[in-house]
Write a protein that binds this ligand. Structure first.
Ligand code: BTN
Length: 326
């Protein structure tokens, strides 16, 4: 199946009834038969799209379902590489697992594994990640940037900035970032990022960015134990959000910011990240496996650590901890 033609068909049909897309013309442009185009139309209808047609003029889109199938996402993409190969799965234990296998088997830079449902979604520190069917964006992006393994942890911060920018552009929600990888709205968690690495001692082979975005859940869709601390874009926005459009926007910004990081170093990302961070300048409680203490958050360092100032004036850089604003 050629998802290029299919996503192009979707894109053009979105122009509405007054500008139908001619099957003949699209067939000629892509070097396929008119029957092939007709088959794509039928396929899209079976996926839930409502399509109108005008004799001798062509097809137009009446209504779209909320799907994250490859063509649905790709019709909105503006990237070169990211999201150009998408493997969509209805249900799987975790897209991270599949992404690791794909990366080992030579998946291209920017390949996306996306699922409608995860039955064993995993979060940071091996915590479970609730991934209700059809409600969120559960995806793993395989990236292959020219970075050393030491530069890899900053990719979490790159992804956080990309996600925040995408949310800002498509919704009225004003997200903040909680170091290192949580995106919040009104103090509740909207999105989590899990960064995993495949590397040689001196070279990154692949960085797998696991992105979990709560999009169209209502409060009762979250397990009871996280209901008070989780939120979704539709709860915040008061209306459903198009998952395909948002997925594409995240990939657009991700490609842009990964390139910025590789080309210009971490400083531009650090400045962006700090402008969205909720903790900078605030008193925080820091809990690590070893101990818990209080300090004032100052910013992030060039290597992605959270810098905090202790009460005796000492500056400490933190790699991994739970942070609470107090
Ligand atoms: C966290 O905040 O703890 C990180 C959550 C990451 C969840 C995503 S959903 C897609 C990918 N697959 C997983 O199993 N986890 C990540």
């Amino acid at each position: 199946m050629n998802t290029n033609v299919k996503s192009e068909l979707l894109k053009r049909m979105s122009a509405g009834k007054d500008h139908p897309v001619s099957g003949q013309q699209l067939a000629e442009e892509y070097g396929v038969s008119r029957t092939a185009i007709w088959k794509y139309v039928k396929e899209l209808e079976s996926e839930g799209y409502e399509i109108g047609s005008i004799r001798k003029r062509g097809y137009y889109l009446i209504d779209s379902p909320d799907t994250i199938l490859p063509a649905a996402v790709q019709q909105f993409l503006q990237t070169k590489q990211y999201g150009r190969t998408i493997r969509h799965i209805e249900s799987c234990p975790s897209t991270q697992m599949l992404a690791h296998e794909e990366a080992q088997n030579g998946a291209p830079d920017g390949m996306v594994i996306i699922a409608d449902e995860q039955t064993a979604g995993k979060g940071r520190l091996s915590r479970p990640w609730s991934s209700a069917a059809g409600k969120g964006i559960w995806m793993s992006v395989i990236t292959r940037p020219e970075l050393t393994p030491q530069q890899a942890p900053q990719m979490t911060l790159v992804a956080a900035v990309a996600i925040v920018r995408a949310i800002e552009e498509l919704t009225e929600v004003t997200p903040t970032i909680k170091w290192p990888n949580d995106i919040l709205a009104g103090g509740r968690k909207l999105t989590g990022i899990l960064t995993e690495l495949q590397a040689d001692p001196d070279r990154v082979k692949a960085i797998i960015l696991g992105i979990g975005m709560n999009v169209n859940q209502q409060s009762q869709d979250f397990p009871e134990e996280i209901r008070a601390i989780a939120t979704s874009l539709s709860i915040e926005e008061g209306q459903p959000v198009n998952r395909a459009k948002l997925t594409a926007k995240v990939l657009d910004y991700l490609e842009l910011y990964v390139a910025l990081y590789v080309d210009k170093g971490f400083t531009p990302i650090k400045l962006l990240w700090e402008s969205y961070a909720d903790s900078i300048g605030k008193r925080v409680r820091i809990s690590t496996l070893q101990d818990t203490y209080e300090a004032t958050a100052r910013g992030i360092s060039e290597d992605g650590r959270l810098e905090v100032v202790l009460d005796d004036g000492t500056v400490r850089g933190i790699y991994s901890a739970d942070i609470h604003i107090i």
